[in-house]
Ligand binder design. Structure first.
Ligand SMILES: [Zn+2]
Length: 126
């Protein structure tokens, strides 16, 4: 059984997440300037468009586009983690509701699931 985060651990992770969000926004800003002509203003696309969006990017077949997709996915996860911090659910597994191990959160601050539920999700993709 994992113990919930302490206030100071939570504060540290909040700082890490905010910094990561700023980095990702900066990275995506650069990539988008470079690829604006091919991606034709996809910034701010709704999640429902993501699969088509990703397919389009993969069809373009460049490393930069793969990086942009990864950065975008991570940014979504980081923003969700910050939202969970705001509503007090950060650090609880989104599947089973148990505390997520602190060492997992420090390795991956945007993680929404505990190790057991993450392994389950990877073994049985949607
Ligand atoms: Zn879980």
């Amino acid at each position: 059984m994992n113990t919930p985060l302490t206030d100071s651990q939570r504060a540290q992770l909040h700082t890490v997440l905010e910094r990561r969000k700023a980095e990702l926004l900066a990275d995506l800003g650069e990539v988008q300037r470079d690829t604006l002509s091919t991606l034709a203003g996809r910034e701010g696309a709704e999640p429902a468009d993501d699969q088509k969006d990703q397919a389009d990017r993969q069809a373009l077949g460049t490393v930069r586009d793969a990086e942009a997709t990864r950065d975008h996915d991570e940014l979504v996860a980081v923003r969700a983690a910050l939202a969970r911090m705001a509503d007090g659910s950060y650090g609880e597994c989104s599947v089973c509701g148990q505390p997520v191990a602190a060492e997992r959160l420090f390795a991956q601050p945007a993680a929404a699931r505990c190790i057991a539920c993450q392994a389950q999700a990877e073994a049985h993709p949607r």
